[in-house]
Every structure is written in C-alpha cells, then in structure tokens.
Design a protein around this ligand. Structure first.
Ligand SMILES: [Ca+2]
Length: 485
C-alpha cells in the first residue's frame, strides 16, 4: 500500500472485494449450469438391453443408469437409419428438413445446431466417434480437415471423428489429423471424451460432449472376452460389441464421479435407429419391423436421461424422440428460442424430468423415403407411400405389434390424423426446398452420397487401408483389386 494515499485504501479494498465476488459468482454460475453429454449407439435395437429382458445380453451399466434416471419405454429415433437421426439430434428438426434424407446425406450448413447454441453460451463442445453428417458413404474413415461438413463447421471446437461406422483398432481424425488407435472403438472414444471433459472441468467450463458409438453396427468384431459363450460367431461378435459399449458407459459414469461432476451432468443415452435382423436373437423386443422401416422396430430405441441433481428416477411411457433433445436443452439452460431454426419438430421434456405430464402436446412426425408416419400418443398413422391416399392406423397401447389396422374402425381419429400427417408432409416438403433458410433456398457446400473411395484426398491412403479388415471386402468390391500384401 506504499504510495497510495490513506483515503483511497477503502476504495481499493472494495475493488478487490468486488473482484472476488465476481470470480465466485462466475464459478457459481458455471456449476449451476449442467454439463451435457449426448451418447448414441449405432443400431442398438429396443430389445437389446438387460432392462428390456434380452435373452442373452447383459447390460449392467445401462441398467444402472436407467435405474438412476428417467427411462423411456417409448423413445423414438427420428429416423429409421443413422444419418437422419443424427441430424435430428443436432437440430431438433425432423431430418428431411435438414437435407439429410437418408444415410450418407450432408447436413446443410444453413441449419442451426445444439453445438453452436452451447458454444455461444460459453460451453466447451466436443464430438467423439461416428459423424455421418458429411454426405460421405462407405465404412468409416477419418474425416478430412478440408471436409466442408466436418463437426467444426457445426459448432464443435474439438472433434475426434470418423465419417461412418468404425470398429476395433480404428483410424480416426483429430481435427483433420489422422490417428490410429488400438482397442475397442467404444472404449477408445469414451476415454478420449473423458480427457476432454476433465480438461473442461479443470478450466471451470461447462461442456457439451457428444459420444456417438460405432457399435453394434457391422462389421461385428468383439474381443474374445466380450463374446458371449455358446453363441454363433455372428451373434457372439454382435452382442459382444454391446458388452464393450455397455462397459464404456460404466467408464463414463465412473469418470464423471471421479471428477466430482456427476450430480450436475445431464447424460442422454439413446440409439440412432431400431435393431437389425439376423443377429441371432430378436433385437427389437417383439416389435414389428427393423432398422430402415417406420414400424416400431425401426424407430423405437432405448432412451435414458440421467441427471442426478434434477431427475427423479423412474420409467415413463411418455412418447419422446431425438427431436426433443435440442428443445429440452434450450429450455433447461434458458437459451434464446432462436438458437433453433424453425420449424422445430421437438418439444421440451424439461417438465417431464420430475413428474408425469400426461399427453404429449404435439405428435412426432416421420418422413423417410416413400413413407411417412405420425405418432400421437397411443395412436400412430402410417402411409407406406406418400400420395397413395392409403393409410393405416394403430393403437400402440392395445396393439404393440401394429397388427390390427383401425383406419376404417375409428373414422374420427383416422380423419384427424390423416389431415395432421398430410399437413406435416407438406411443411416438411417446404423445408426441403429451403423455405426455413433466410436465403429461401438451399445453398449446398458439396454433393450428397459420395463414396470416400471416389474422393481424391483419400487416394494416398487406399493402398494402406486395403489390408485393414473394415475396408478390405468393401474396397475389393469397389475397385476390383486384390488386397496387397
Ligand atoms: Ca445406425
């Protein structure tokens, strides 16, 4: 205090006090805002959890998460295949609005994403694993730094990402730099995600971490220890991938506890589409249809929210969807509504976290290839061909296998839901033409659906990758070349 006149001392002390209060206030604010982790399996069917009584598969970590959180018995992937559902998670919109008509389509850069919204709110944002929103097809390869649709263009400040499904010992892209890893793909990305989480926590930053597994998608490769005894090879490997994925859920939950942040971390687990056929056991728990269809088996998936600070553990029958993720987070964090691009198809599930809220206020729309459907609480209307004028109506509560068409028997519901479905299809078509974008049209940064083999920047790697198991058969088919020794 030497040299500072006596009278100014209280002022200086007050400034110091204010600075201290400011710093404390900031960190109190940071701890109030929950961290967000979005975790998604690739092709895990509704029936493929222990808690849904799978005949051979045990998922102790998902079961524990479900027992400590809000478990959805009717959770829907917004699309029946992978890229569409991923687009819906990031935008809160049904996928056809966003450019992602099917797998291998690119998400329009004109969309607004949950990662951009949280980045703007000061969150650290990271993406780990499968991306599949860059319009590239073929088994997962590391995403190029020059890719106009890499996660960095959609609000992720860090990413360790593969174009599509990936498996044992993957090659991944860390912000454009290729890295080779050893081990099970689920465990690798959870370990990497935990490092990102630890760094953000160390910096006193809230975070959004997106963990998108490549399991249990084909090729089915599980370690010896994870394969289930007595199963055929295909079944042993497919279910073994789920064993490893489940273990990585345990690692994630344990890691959050070790960092002392599990209470106020909001974790949302789901799958990206329904289960597969021919994997040794029913993957969809007796529902109708599989991946690729708008029947329940194609879209109903495991779904769990765990957030110990706020969520009352229980099982809910409330129908919810991946389109609800972004609106729910916007609501919880009090972000501006225009963080999301209208038309938003999801609703906030924030009121559901602590109490049952009765009926869902807005139906869940589906529009995929030729078909469309609308789920309005217990009722579901389906058309297998848009424009055919043919509709089917089911009561999912009474008829969970969608076996009994009520369209003729329930004319009032049929008329109401047919009109609602036609209206939904019409607005989705307008979005598809670009009506939601300020430009009034779609401006596209690259083609949809290219195979990476045809992209010149991958050419230098083709020779090496021909001997890798995940690309070997595929490359042989595409190039007619034999793998080199
Ligand atoms: Ca998938």
């Amino acid at each position: 205090m030497k040299g500072i006149p006596e009278m100014q001392r209280p002022t200086l002390a007050a400034v110091l006090l204010l600075l201290t209060l400011f710093a404390t206030g900031q960190s109190a604010l940071a701890t109030e805002r929950p961290n967000i982790i979005l975790v998604m399996a690739d092709d895990q069917g509704w029936g493929q959890t222990g808690y849904n009584n799978h005949p051979i598969l045990e998922t102790p970590h998902l079961d524990a998460m479900a027992a400590n959180g809000l478990r959805f018995d009717r959770f829907y992937a917004a699309g029946p295949v992978c890229s569409p559902t991923r687009a819906s998670v990031l935008t809160g919109r049904t996928h056809n609005r966003t450019g992602v008509l099917s797998h291998g389509y690119a998400l329009h850069r004109q969309e607004r994403t949950i990662a951009q919204a949280l980045q703007k709110a000061g969150y650290a944002t990271g993406h780990f694993g499968k991306w599949h929103l860059n319009g590239i097809r073929g088994p997962g390869v590391p995403v190029l730094a020059t890719d106009p649709h890499h996660p960095g263009h959609f609000g992720f400040e860090q990413w360790l990402t593969v174009t599509n499904f990936f498996d044992m010992n993957p090659v991944m892209s860390r912000m454009g730099e290729f890295e080779e890893f050893e081990g099970d793909s689920s465990e690798i990305i959870v370990d990497e995600a935990l490092e990102f989480i630890a760094a953000a926590t160390e910096d006193d930053r809230s975070f959004l971490t997106v963990i998108w597994y490549g399991s249990p998608h084909s090729p089915f490769v599980a370690s010896e220890a994870d394969q289930i005894d007595g199963e055929s090879e295909r079944s042993a490997h497919h279910h073994g991938e789920l064993v490893a994925m489940d273990r990585s859920i345990g690692t994630l939950r344990g890691g959050l506890k070790d960092l002392g942040i599990h209470e106020n971390t909001f974790v949302w687990f789901c799958s990206d589409n329904g289960g597969l056929k021919g994997v040794g056991h029913d993957s969809v728990g007796g529902l109708r249809g599989n991946k690729g269809s708008l029947w329940e088996g194609g879209i109903r998936v495991p779904g769990i929210i765990e957030w110990p600070a706020k969520v009352q553990p229980r099982v809910t029958e409330f129908p919810a969807s991946t389109v609800d993720i972004f609106p729910t987070i916007v609501d919880i964090l009090g972000l501006p509504r225009d963080s999301m691009l209208e038309v938003v198809d999801g609703i906030s599930l924030e009121p559901l976290l602590n109490a049952e809220i009765g009926r869902r206020s807005r139906p869940i729309p589906f529009r995929f290839q030729n078909g469309a459907a609308l789920i309005d609480n217990d009722l579901k209307i389906v058309t297998e061909r848009v424009g055919s004028g043919k509709y089917l109506l089911f009561d999912l509560e009474a008829d969970r296998t969608e076996s009994h068409d009520l369209f003729a028997e329930r004319p009032e519901d049929a008329r109401r839901l047919q009109a609602a479905l036609e209206a939904a299809v019409a607005t989705i078509e307008r979005s598809q033409e670009g009506a939601d974008y300020p430009e009034g049209r779609v401006t596209r940064e690259g083609p949809h659906g290219r195979f990476w083999h045809d992209i010149p920047e991958y050419e230098p790697y083709l020779k090496d990758w021909q001997s890798r198991p995940e690309y070997q058969n595929w490359l042989r088919r595409r190039t007619g070349r034999q793998p080199k020794r």
